[in-house]
Design a protein around this ligand. Sequence first.
Ligand code: GDP
Ligand code: IMO
Ligand code: MG
Length: 446
Amino acid sequence: MIIVIIGAQWGDEGKGKVVDLLADRFDIVARYQGGHNAGHSVYVGDRAFVLRLLPSGIIHADKTCVLGNGMVIDPKAFFEEVDQMTAQGIDINPDRLKVSARAHLIMPYHQALDHTSEERLGNEKIGTTLRGIGPAYEDKAGRRGIRVSDALSAETLRMRIERNLEEANRIIVLYGQQPLRADEIYNEIAPLIERLRPFVCETSHFLSEARKAKKKILLEGAQATLLDVDHGTYPYVTSSNPTAGGASVGAGIPPHHITGVLGIVRTYATRVGEGPFPTEMIDAEEEMADLIRQRGNEYGSVTRRPRRCGWFDAVATRYAAELNGFDSIALTKLDVLDALKEIKVCTGYEVEGKRIETFPAVSHDLSIIKPVYETLAGWESDTVGVTEFGRLPQKAKDYVRFLSDQVGVEIGLISTGPERDQTIILRDSVMEGWFLDPIAPAVAES
Ligand code: GDP
Ligand code: IMO
Ligand code: MG
């Protein structure tokens, strides 16, 4: 069994919580794209973890975790996180953590280039995480990147750094920054690569053998559908493919071996960084945005940047369901809306007086579209920690059903708080097929 978990919106939907919750039912948790631009928060009792590069399954001592070939890995960030996790009592060793020999490395000059690129764009900047993600993927596509396997040879590592830095420094100097020095970079990176060596693995083969041995594999998407470089709100996207197809490429798993796709959908939307966001709460709705930000703790897990907040966008989420082929949805953060008297849901867009139901390709269109809303009554009562659908207030049930109908996908799980046990697991045939657990009555039966 191989299941992919994917963010349906612009990221931070609560993928970390859901992966941590479901990890128990799997043997292996693997990441397939992105790098330490991700921030996945997991709360277990009074312990808080923020996973950036490592799969959220790492918290479970008996799970094996994989960093797939589609990722870009900053060795410094990798070991900072390994050390941080170790200090938090998590045992990390090469037996349970495998890093793809084919993953690409993020080098210090990638970070410098991320800065200069944002500076050059000025008002049109992407608002990246400045981790060097984009420039590392540019080098990969430009066929000059440094793969983990290349770096295992000291000579190749040194040569590639020298060659790539020559070009990078031209741009860095153009922006008035000090050029970086190849020997300094090499001296910093080489010992980290030595430390990385035992973790390096042919991960695609490893996953293939695991599948044959009937191991259950969970593929943990980072970022989200609308940040996908092909399908997202380009150019305001990340440089990888978080969508379901990317899971096959980025983990090296044949597409037909993937059993199912679970979409992580928040009951409202947020976005970090720049770019179109049709349902953003702005102007007269700024107070509402503040309320949601406070209640939902909507600040970057790593960068602490305040997240832009907006209403649920059914057009965008339908698009995500279609692109990824969601079999089921995990709906997160229901409790955050407890205080609202009324809740708006965008069910269509209007462009120059015409109603459209599909998500337009041109990012420019998104800034001229007018969301068409339906307003639902809020439930104005506490749902924090509710674990049974039947115990939700009627209006909360109505809201959940409305979202499911709008997106056209069954909801298999509802999250009512950041903790593992603050979750309603519903009987929906898809999830049941995957997990074979005794679970609560389905939405339709409650
Ligand atoms: P990810 O990037 O998709 O893993 O999401 P983040 O971890 O960046 O952001 C989601 C935040 O919401 C985290 O702080 C989670 O602990 C928190 N969270 C997840 N599910 C729920 C929920 O149902 N209710 C509340 N109140 N918080 C949640
Ligand atoms: P998780 O996995 C939210 C956004 C950045 C920026 C754009 C490009 O926690 O959901 P990048 O550094 O990737 O080149 O930045 O993508 N971004 C995220 N937004 N959640 C994330 O990850 C993100 N990772 C990148 O804010 O707008
Ligand atoms: Mg996040």
